[in-house]
Design a protein around this ligand. Structure first.
Ligand code: FES
Length: 98
């Protein structure tokens, strides 16, 4: 089964193992900050609280326990956090509030 759960700033969304985190969050109606979408700028950086991701090669600085949501694909249920309040829209997928 390729479905998994992405918890972002306390919000749970259904995810998968083949799309970048940023894309999956946007499809769920969550709008993190981004600029380049290819690992160059670092605008999409977030903290990886738990779980693992596959991070493609990038040029942007990434600190310990941080990932670039535009260039990371979750491999299991994960929890991430952005250090700002996320802009959310009406979800297009199931979104489960805690
Ligand atoms: S949006 Fe630029 S590194 Fe992710």
């Amino acid at each position: 089964m390729s479905q998994l759960t992405i918890t972002v700033n306390g919000i749970k969304v259904c995810g998968n193992r083949h799309e970048p985190l940023l894309t999956q969050l946007e499809k769920a109606g969550i709008k993190p900050e981004y600029q380049c979408r290819n690992g160059m700028c670092g605008a999409c950086r977030c903290k990886l609280v738990s779980g693992t991701v596959t991070q493609s090669d990038t040029l942007a600085f990434v600190g310990p326990n941080e990932v670039l949501s535009c260039s990371s694909i979750p491999q299991q249920n994960i929890e991430i956090s952005f250090d700002y309040q996320l802009n959310t829209q009406q979800p297009t997928k199931t979104k489960i509030a805690l």
